[in-house]
Design a binder for this molecule. Sequence first.
Ligand SMILES: [Zn+2]
Length: 113
Amino acid sequence: MHELSLAGGILRVLEQTQEHDPFERVAHLRLEAGALSGVDISALRFALQAIAPGTCLEHASIDIDEPAAAAWCMQCSQSVAIQSRLDACPVCGGYQLQPTSGTELRVMELQVV
Ligand SMILES: [Zn+2]
């Protein structure tokens, strides 16, 4: 399961943070997973809950934001899906795109105790 390895990766990041800057546990964690990041939010939430017991994530409250992954194309005046900020418009091939969301999975906020 894809999301289980992602959850493990997030936990490793947190544990590395804990090594350098010791804390007891995570109180609150906020993640952002773009709609084009390929992450199933409910599966990721489930995976994080599954690996939490016995780790610094135990008892943590976890929010996962899912910003829509799209950009506004100024040439063809429509919202288009993009994979990265460097992409050309999939409709007209232009580069006058204004990204309106991200496509990444990342830690946005971390509160520890
Ligand atoms: Zn376009």
